[in-house]
Design a protein. Sequence first.
Length: 418
Amino acid sequence: MKPEILKLIRSKLDLTQKQASEIIEVSDKTWQQWESGKTEMHPAYYSFLQEKLKDKINFEELSAQKTLQKKIFDKYNQNQITKNAEELAEITHIEERKDAYSSDFKFIDLFSGIGGIRQSFEVNGGKCVFSSEIDPFAKFTYYTNFGVVPFGDITKVEATTIPQHDILCAGFPCQPFSHIGKREGFEHPTQGTMFHEIVRIIETKKTPVLFLENVPGLINHDDGNTLKVIIETLEDMGYKVHHTVLDASHFGIPQKRKRFYLVAFLNQNIHFEFPKPPMISKDIGEVLESDVTGYSISEHLQKSYLFKKDDGKPSLIDKNTTGAVKTLVSTYHKIQRLTGTFVKDGETGIRLLTTNECKAIMGFPKDFVIPVSRTQMYRQMGNSVVVPVVTKIAEQISLALKTVNQQSPQENFELELV
């Protein structure tokens, strides 16, 4: 039995290795060896597992999904996805995703990452008609969950070929504006022009609504000039601009994560308000898993890096810890580079956050699949949006569009949705 299937089973059921091993009455060490590929699971054990989980998992569908994933992953291993966008487009619709929600509006998903923004807008009645992401591993995760591989380099896309849409969504690259990374703004040789790619598309498509997400450092970048340029550019194009900073910890997420959000409408008569934070708090201890194996930090790393740093000490948490954790960053896996949050648990007494715990502090549903390596998982989660916050904003945008279209004929400034 392929180790990837075992990982997929655990991911779908949100199980630790210990919990999975208990289902078929083997040790967690045995399961760990199967899942790592060190030893092979005997077919009899797999049959036993199928029998135990037959009411919870469709194993035929699981195998088919894994086969499709392998087709995509093979292309990543051959380095063909970033080199050959045309070939990638041919496999974009290997399996058309059945829309789980009704379609009230259409949107495009630029710099899509693993699909956090898409997740948020779909549950509010949106249908995604185009997506773009340049990172091959993020594209693989996106495909695994949405059935579509995003187009690659957005600078290579003719704006006229992008489908008509009501909302352009873009979590355009954080690094140039982040206090964590290099503060280079629009002067960055590659990522700095990404806002101009957005402008290029909305100029051509006359997009009615924009939703943009970035780090809060955008506000003060270049003494505020960067944000000033963004707002003035949009206003010159006829958009009414709204922007704010929201903290995920005020939306029932146990993570202190502030992000900058901008919403803009071509229709000047649309009334829009950002969601008022419900100020719902959740303690980080509530989302921590028990008896976790495989995420431990070696004693050598603990002594060499974790507790011998000049730039601060890490935060140690457990199930009794209250409040929210620090912002999860994309370099979380690089122990020697950060002062992050670690859990008092595991074989060596201290461990990293698990995949399921990362999903919880980013607000992703439990059944969201992360099919990549742990290193890539931390990068993807650290670069993603917090789903519940964006979901609330998408809800407000949807409400604003519905409200303006329900006005009386005398007052109707209808936004014609495509």
